[in-house]
Design a binder for this molecule. Structure first.
Ligand code: 5AD
Length: 355
């Protein structure tokens, strides 16, 4: 095949993707294997145009509160895995969490994301109290949870208490790859079961994976794309793998920024109205990474509202950006950098637009 023919075939597949919102394995393979500058540019511009058609030139912000870094899981990629004895552990009090929300609210934030490790201290009862307190004080805000795997009944109780959304990356939809990334006791089956439960309970649900994690192949990525096609999540979190020095994966290279951007674009074309963050990992892996993410079809950013003294402790990977700047300053910076590429940062709830 000549370069020109390859490009023509790539474009035809993108037409198909935009039309049918799914592709065969073979078609995904072609797109992943022919990711040269020209095709990547095409994916990016189509994805950005589609996002603009649905959401306008808007980037939604979510106030991220990393409220505990205790974790009972032992994911081999993650800096807060339980085996990492060097991690300095912390947990915010309900009062501290409420004051993060208050500060965020005053800045205009209307979505809060409570993210934490799988910390047994935060029992269902404690979570329900926290959710009630936040939704009671800020009824006009959306509340997103990101606290890992729990039984269906727990998810139901949180939903009942007022939680609106839930982020739980599937991490990889390939069984063998899942085994490489996680210890025996964590299973892909349970992860997928959780995601199914979340959807059924009416959460706006976020799945997702890292790009370039150790052992990830094109086939793994295709499994991810096929899983996303089946699940139809409202949100997808996808950022590059970045090694953490106190994990078994310390010596592996970071995932490629270009491949991450390409996949963000493909996910936009696959799930047109998906809420797609330009992740902190993307911002860490490349200067201006989050802006590149927005240019490739992302439409969400999640600035940190956690107290400054704990931010450096929520270290999932090395060099995670935690500017030490206050949330207010971060928001101002973000507004400027997004304005510079033609996007407006908006603080409203930014709910999923079904289409
Ligand atoms: N590099 C990039 N992302 C990571 N995460 C965890 N560890 C790393 C890492 N080393 C991601 C996981 C998790 C999310 C909260 O952060 O995908 O779901």
């Amino acid at each position: 095949m000549t370069d020109r023919e390859r490009m023509e075939k790539g474009k035809a597949l993108l037409d198909l993707l935009e039309e049918r919102h799914s592709l065969s394995r073979e078609e995904w393979h072609f797109l992943l294997e022919n990711r040269d500058g020209e095709l990547a540019g095409e994916v990016c511009s189509r994805a950005a145009a589609l996002r603009d058609r649905i959401y306008g030139k808007k980037v939604f912000v979510r106030g991220l509160i990393e409220f505990t870094n205790y974790c009972r899981c032992d994911c081999r990629y993650c800096g807060i895995r339980r085996s990492n004895k060097n991690a300095s552990r912390y947990r915010l009090t309900p009062e501290q969490i409420m004051s993060c929300c208050e500060a965020g609210y005053d800045l205009g934030f209307r979505t809060f994301v409570l993210q934490g490790g799988e910390d047994p201290y935060f029992t269902d009862q404690r979570m329900v109290e926290l959710i009630r307190a936040i939704k009671g004080e800020f009824p006009d805000c959306a509340l997103t949870l990101s606290i890992g795997e729990r039984p269906r009944e727990s998810y139901a109780a949180f939903r009942q208490a007022g939680a609106d959304r839930y982020l739980l990356r599937h991490e990889t939809a390939n069984e063998e790859h899942y085994r490489l990334l996680h210890p025996e006791e964590q299973t892909l089956k349970n992860r997928m079961e959780c995601l199914k439960n979340l959807k059924e309970l009416g959460y706006q649900t976020g799945a997702g994976c890292m790009v370039g994690s150790p052992g990830q192949t094109a086939d793994c990525l295709i499994d991810d794309l096929e899983y996303l096609t089946r699940l139809q999540p409202e949100m997808v979190g996808m950022g590059p793998f970045i090694p953490h020095h106190d994990t078994p994966f310390r010596d592996y290279p970071s995932g490629s920024v270009e491949l991450t951007l390409y996949l963000l674009g493909l996910v936009r074309l696959l799930l047109p109205s998906v809420l797609l963050p330009a992740t902190t990992a993307l911002g860490t892996a490349a200067e201006g990474g989050r802006e590149l993410g927005v240019k490739a079809g992302a439409n969400v950013v999640m600035p940190n509202l956690s107290p400054e003294n704990v931010r450096e402790k929520y270290l999932l990977y090395d060099n995670k950006i935690h500017t030490g700047r206050e949330a207010a300053e971060c928001l101002e910076d973000l507004k400027k950098s997004m304005a510079a590429i033609g996007y407006e940062v908006v603080v409203d709830r930014g709910d999923f637009i079904p289409c």
